[in-house]
Write a protein that binds this ligand. Structure first.
Ligand SMILES: Nc1ncnc2c1ncn2[C@@H]1O[C@H](COP(=O)(O)OP(=O)(O)OP(=O)(O)O)[C@@H](O)[C@H]1O
Ligand SMILES: [Zn+2]
Ligand SMILES: [Zn+2]
Length: 737
């Protein structure tokens, strides 16, 4: 009898049939070849690596098997995550290999542990000043004075800020005026934050009610899904903290997901203060080797809590008891490369596989989640009021059409200017929000707020030179005329402004205020987002101007006024979620006001004040918004009443891209029965990095139906060789750009 073992191996090489082969396990490797390990195997004339999926005594009949060569370094992928990879590949139509790569976590040798160099000026302030004066070379003097103002810069930062070459810095070090310090950043970035183990606050009755339900499920080991729907400032974080503590005391581990770890500064501090070194933060600043270390702490059970962005959902916890998904509606949970998974969906699949409790939280739930609450799949827990009975902010909408007619050219309406002045006089803080997720090619009438939409899809039409308007979903086309079809104004078309212009205008309007701007540029240059936030929280800044970065999560009690300069840009995105995104943003940003003892107020400037997304966000009325939006989704056949798969074709020659997309569309129309095929149409970002992009949208009644249909088309359709056209598949796309 053949005692040999055989392993199913997915090879790391794109192979047509999915790339799973059977290999014999040589006797010497019987102990180490287990499911989830990486191995080297022969393939044709080459040696390739792969993952072992399964080991058994079954030898496939009639096939001559070759032997596994060796087992590679690294811990095997845990069984639960292997199963999850299988789920990922069928749910997101990606290769098993891509799915395995996602769940396998950082490779042990993925780059060296970081060593960063810091530079310090030598001596006290007087000595440094004297040295600057004595230096003959102006470039050296400039570099030293820049460093004196910001000690601890890296060499690159200093060169950039002072505008000097590497030799200038080297000369300063040689002269002993600058000290170079190598810092090994093996440590976790949050390791040395001052831990202030404040005792947990007494829960409010609503928090208590929500927590006790979660607590019961954890104690009973009952894998329920909870949806914590709490208004802004209602204390959702405290409920997560208690739930995590409950999981830990039940001897289980917890994963807490946030949309972007860099924007979750305040939350990280709270978790560190409560759980100390039991928390592993998977920060985007970590190099792979550091992430690997964090993963090992989790695997070994040293870290009971993992806090991180979407990829933390694959943390190798051995005893998972709880997964929390904060701000579950955030599009950042969607991975935009293969596997194009949504971390919320993965979290739910994983919780189900491992018998863990899931808690999803938001003040503005995704419409998909609303539908699941209604169907009973999620158990809803409500926090309907703010902590300490603080009132929700009062919101006033300013009609920009009237300002336009009155000839206002400023980004600030007269009303907003007056409110900001008043707050500055009272020494309160102001947040100014610029909704920049704009899309240049939209068409809006500045006089009446009219937007031209596709009659089939209800999507804002895009303008294309010289005189075309078209729909990015179904490719409906119409002639563009500068004359507004509603009010007859001749100036149809409008383009947004940047944060810099807002800052300039604000400085001119409010000269006595201390103003700071927070966007990608300023947070890259002046150190960190966190430092700016801390300064704002300490009251060192009167007016903070920012984009989407400041809209969420911010908890600064001194803010009593939030001004939204342009409510509408997200409304004009060619996306069926445009209204939802706008509502969420406005509601969330309004929620930053009045989180302290003083009540908050909000001013929203809009060209379409009668739009339901603007109106309901101004009333902070989520349920009315959801009802209205769900009705529209049902009418036009969008999620949660239908499922979408988007297939993008890209290549350097537009003609070929269109040809392949058209051929795919034809194949899809033949194969799919009840499903709808939209397009091909140009993607809203029709050209990215020199690649032309067109897409086709498959629409179906259920996710399974549309995925099956797409899978079938994909097995019969291959882009022509030599066409140079790439095809990528996005199941449940969150953005159609
Ligand atoms: N039980 C409590 N007693 C006193 N203060 C509390 C309590 N729970 C939470 N807080 C405080 O209330 C504020 C708001 O809480 P938190 O930031 O968790 O709100 P949230 O529901 O997450 O809001 P958002 O959705 O706007 O981010 C925080 O400053 C928090 O420390
Ligand atoms: Zn008009
Ligand atoms: Zn259309």
């Amino acid at each position: 009898m053949d005692e040999r073992k055989y392993a199913q191996v997915v090879v790391e090489r794109p192979v047509r049939n999915g790339g799973v082969f059977t290999y014999a396990v040589p006797p010497a490797l019987v102990e180490t070849v287990v499911p989830g390990v990486r191995v080297a195997v022969p393939l044709g004339a080459q040696v390739v690596t792969g993952f072992v999926l399964d080991v058994s005594a079954d030898c496939p009949p009639g096939i001559k098997t070759r032997e596994i060569i060796r087992v590679l370094e690294g811990k095997p992928i845990p069984a639960a995550l292997l199963t999850l990879a299988g789920w990922l590949s069928s749910r997101y139509l990606c290769t098993l290999l891509d799915a395995l790569a996602a769940v396998s976590g950082p490779a042990p040798k993925g780059g060296r542990r970081r060593e960063t160099e810091w530079l310090w000026p030598r001596g006290d302030a007087g000595e440094i000043l004297a040295a600057i004066e004595e230096l003959k070379a102006p470039a050296q003097a400039r570099a030293l004075s820049v460093l004196a103002a910001q000690p601890g810069m890296t060499r690159q930062a200093l060169m950039r800020e002072a505008g000097v070459s590497a030799s200038v810095v080297a000369a300063l070090i040689r002269k002993g005026l600058v000290i170079s310090e190598k810092v090994s950043r093996r440590r976790e970035p949050y390791e040395d934050v001052a831990l202030d183990p404040t005792p947990p606050p007494l829960l409010t009755p609503e928090q208590e009610g929500a927590f006790s339900e979660i607590d019961k499920a954890i104690a009973a080991g009952r894998p329920e899904i909870f949806f914590l729907h709490g208004v802004t400032g209602s204390g959702k974080t405290e409920v997560y903290l208690r739930a995590v503590a409950a999981a830990l005391s039940a001897g289980r581990q917890a994963i807490v997901l946030v949309p972007e770890i860099a924007l979750a500064h305040q939350m990280v501090l709270q978790f560190k203060a409560r759980f100390g070194n039991q928390v592993a933060v998977t920060h985007s600043a970590l190099v792979p080797a550091e992430r690997h270390d964090a993963w090992e702490r989790v695997r070994a059970g040293e870290a009971g809590v993992v806090l991180g962005a979407r990829s933390a959902v694959f943390a190798p916890t051995a005893r998972l008891g709880l997964i929390v998904v904060d701000e579950e509606h955030e599009p950042a949970y969607k991975q935009e490369q293969s596997p194009r998974y949504h971390a919320r969906e993965v979290a739910l699949a994983r919780a189900r596989l491992e018998g863990a409790v899931a808690v999803l939280g938001s003040a503005t739930p995704a419409l998909e989640s609303v539908a699941r609450c209604l169907s009973g799949r999620y158990r809803q827990l409500r926090l309907s009021s703010r902590v300490d009975g603080r009132p929700m902010p009062a919101v006033r909408v300013v009609d920009l059409r009237e300002e336009f007619r009155a000839g206002t050219v400023s980004l600030f309406s007269n009303f907003l200017v007056a409110r900001v002045r008043e707050k500055i006089r009272q020494r309160e803080q102001v947040l100014l929000f610029l909704n920049r997720k704009g899309f240049a090619a939209f068409v809006l009438c500045q006089a009446c707020g009219h937007v031209i939409r596709c009659p089939n899809c209800d999507i804002a039409l895009s303008y294309h030179r010289p005189d075309t308007l078209f729909c990015h979903y179904c490719y409906y086309r119409a002639r563009y005329r500068p004359r507004c079809p509603r009010c007859g104004d001749e100036r149809l078309g409008w383009f947004g402004a940047g944060t810099q212009r807002v800052e300039e205008e604000a400085r001119a309007l409010f000269p006595e205020a201390r103003i700071a701007r927070m966007d990608a540029e300023t947070t890259a240059r002046r150190g960190s987002h966190a430092a700016l936030l801390d300064a704002f929280k300490r009251g060192e800044i009167d007016i903070l101007i920012g984009t989407q970065m400041i809209a969420k999560g911010l908890d600064v009690p001194g803010v009593t006024l939030v001004g939204v300069l342009n409510a509408d840009t997200t409304l004009l995105l060619p996306d069926f979620r445009a209204a939802e995104r706008t509502f969420q943003l406005l509601y969330q940003v309004a929620g930053r006001a009045g989180r302290g003892p003083l009540p908050g107020e909000v001013v929203i400037q809009s060209h379409c004040p009668e739009h339901y997304a603007v109106r309901y966000s101004a009333r902070q009325d989520f349920f009315s918004f959801a009802r209205r939006e769900l009705a529209l989704r049902q009418r036009f056949g969008y999620p949660p009443y239908a499922a979408l798969v988007r297939v993008v074709f890209s290549g350097e020659t537009e003609e070929k891209v269109v040809r392949e997309a058209t051929a795919f569309g034809a194949a899809a129309r033949e194969i799919v029965g009840g499903e709808e095929v939209l397009g091909p149409a140009p993607c809203p970002f029709g050209k990215l990095k020199g690649f032309y992009r067109w897409h086709i949208i498959l629409k179906g009644k259920s996710g399974r139906a549309v995925r099956d249909a797409c899978r079938e088309v994909l097995t019969s359709f291959l882009c022509r060789r030599g066409s140079g056209v790439r095809l990528s598949v996005d199941v449940d796309p969150v953005s159609i750009l």
